[in-house]
Design a binder for this molecule. Structure first.
Ligand code: 5GP
Ligand code: ZN
Length: 134
């Protein structure tokens, strides 16, 4: 199967594309509203409901992947796409450019990692400090 650099959605990497009990799958489906930052076939980015910083949004794969612990080599392109989007969307949302400004990316995994929502998400935080969390 061929993949283009911008559309990976056809890559059959996830045994469970959608989890009916997952809050972020409901955001992807639109049954729970969100303030969207960006969307394409593979990814959704939306503002965190409880921001820690002046700019705080989440980037998620549309397919349900519970956490980073479930990633396999088949997800390399998807995760690369998320990381490339992080900086691009941070600037779009008003982050001051690197190096004076910049942004922080956080991925919590599992209970010890502080993960509360079990659908993989990358936090992107930016804006003037101090922030509510480090
Ligand atoms: P975690 O602790 O799992 O890394 O982070 C989960 C994040 O999701 C938290 O920062 C929390 O504020 C955010 N969150 C939880 N429920 C919702 C929701 O329904 N909508 C939005 N926009 N964010 C949510
Ligand atoms: Zn999900």
């Amino acid at each position: 199967m061929s993949t283009s650099p911008t559309t990976l959605a056809q890559t059959p990497t996830h045994p469970h594309e959608h989890d009916e009990h997952c809050i972020f799958c409901k955001i992807v489906a639109g049954t729970i509203p969100s303030r969207k930052v960006y969307e394409d076939d593979d990814l959704l980015a939306f503002h965190d409901i409880n921001p820690w910083a002046p700019i705080h949004f989440l980037i998620i794969p549309k397919a349900h992947i519970a956490s980073m612990a479930q990633l396999t080599p088949s997800n390399e392109a998807l995760m690369g796409k998320i990381m490339v989007k992080a900086g691009e969307l941070a600037l779009q949302e008003g982050a001051v450019p690197y190096p004076e400004g910049g942004f922080r990316t956080v991925v919590n995994t599992g209970r010890h990692g502080g993960q509360e929502v079990h659908h993989l998400h990358v936090h992107v935080l930016a804006g003037e400090r101090p922030w509510q969390k480090i």
